[in-house]
Design a protein around this ligand. Structure first.
Ligand code: NAD
Ligand code: GLY
Length: 355
């Protein structure tokens, strides 16, 4: 079994310590693993309608085998449901099934389920334990690691939330086999982001195997990505400095994703466009020194059918201005000097879009 240990000293100097376990088929061991950390007797599995049909029975049976009283809350899938009404629905399930402060929530699904189940756990009885079982590539390498939880409100994405770390993360790469190809490729954008930011060897490994995904050792890729993200979260849990690196590609990516309209571009696709833009902008400003980086990045993203330029129907200037209308004129922008050398600089929004 692959194991990544996460150790965070939070603001109050409390040590947050949890394991990320990566193994094929591990979801059928959920019961044994949860039993070791459960202080009470009950678990609520929070999942969505698509994931429930695929994996909820395996997880529930495994928990019940260990005599954990288990109930399931099935949410409608999709970002549109990541809101306060859904949280209220989770609270009703928690109340109806009598979960106490000693009991546990199991988040089974992609980042939407993870963020909502995590937020419900952060707030139910002022905070109970939760376990992440991510089932999308994005959730495995990004959203399940690092303790950010939250929901959207009509004024913006992820505006309401809490830092609340899981007690355990259980990653079963077999669950990724049922992911639609486009969803998998979108997750690869975040994998490539981590490699560009921190690990040339990982980038080389992906490059060497991207003609045939089945050669890629996914358990190694998942473990390495979790390690890379965990090391950043450990030194900067509340995103004061180094955690900002993880926003590489997200400034332009976020604007383009919003401007394209709901569901048109997947998050990873928008981030891919944003990463290419950030490298081009870095080269123009003389910050990105490695001139091969642009072509190398475009090539690897294209191998996963990810877009590498802003769609023609999107006016980038309008998109960025609209997206940033409530923030300062100057924003933290993540550049890459070269592979594994990220650099954050404050830049003027006008400067980015006039390039
Ligand atoms: P998602 O959770 O909406 O999942 C995408 C789709 O895949 C859904 O329809 C889901 O039902 C389906 N699905 C999930 N697992 C599947 C499987 N194994 N087989 C088949 N279908 C499956 O989307 P996502 O990309 O996982 O997550 C996006 C969310 O993550 C966003 O809300 C974003 O804000 C959040 N996020 C959070 C963090 C964080 O640090 N907390 C980081 C990045 C993203
Ligand atoms: N997804 C970026 C972060 O967790 O900080």
């Amino acid at each position: 079994m692959n194991r990544v240990e996460v150790k965070i000293n939070n603001d109050s100097n409390n040590l947050i310590n949890y394991d990320i376990l990566v193994e094929k088929g591990i979801i059928s061991k959920t019961g044994e693993l949860v039993k070791n950390i459960l202080k009470g007797t009950r678990a609520l599995i929070v999942t969505d309608d698509i994931v429930a049909k695929l994996y909820a029975d395996t997880v529930k049976e495994s928990l019940e085998k260990e005599n954990i009283i288990t109930s399931v809350c099935v949410l409608e899938n999709g970002e549109a449901n990541k809101n306060i009404e859904t949280i209220s629905n989770i609270y009703s399930h928690l109340a109806k099934n009598e979960l106490s402060r000693k009991d546990i929530i199991i988040a089974l699904g992609g980042g939407v389920v993870g963020d909502m189940a995590g937020y419900a756990a952060a707030t139910w009885m002022r905070g109970i334990d939760f376990v992440q079982i991510p089932t999308t590539l994005l959730a495995c390498v990004d959203s399940s690691v690092g303790g950010k939880t939250g929901i959207n409100i009509k004024e913006g994405k992820n505006l309401v939330g809490a830092f609340h770390s899981p007690k355990l993360v259980i990653i079963d790469s077999n669950t990724l086999l049922s992911l639609p190809k486009r969803e998998f490729n979108s997750g690869m954008a975040e994998v490539i982001k981590h490699a560009l930011l921190f690990d040339d060897a990982l980038l080389e490994l992906i490059e060497a195997n991207c003609n045939n995904n089945s050669n890629l050792d996914m358990d190694f890729v998942l473990k390495r990505n979790c390690e890379l993200k965990a090391r950043i979260v450990e030194i900067d849990y509340k995103e004061q400095k180094e955690r900002m690196f993880l926003n590489f590609g997200h400034t332009i990516g976020h604007s383009v994703e919003n401007a394209a309209g709901y569901g048109v571009l997947f998050h990873g696709e928008a981030v891919a466009i944003g990463m290419v833009y950030a490298i081009e902008y870095g080269i123009k400003k003389g910050i990105t020194k490695d001139k091969n980086l642009l072509e190398r990045t475009k090539k690897i993203l294209s191998k996963f059918s990810l877009p590498i330029s802003v769609p023609e129907n999107i006016n980038l200037k309008d998109a960025v201005k609209l997206d940033k209308k409530r923030s300062d004129d100057k924003i933290n922008f993540v550049f890459l000097e070269s592979i594994a050398k990220p650099y954050v600089d404050k830049v003027n929004i006008e400067d980015i879009i006039n390039e």
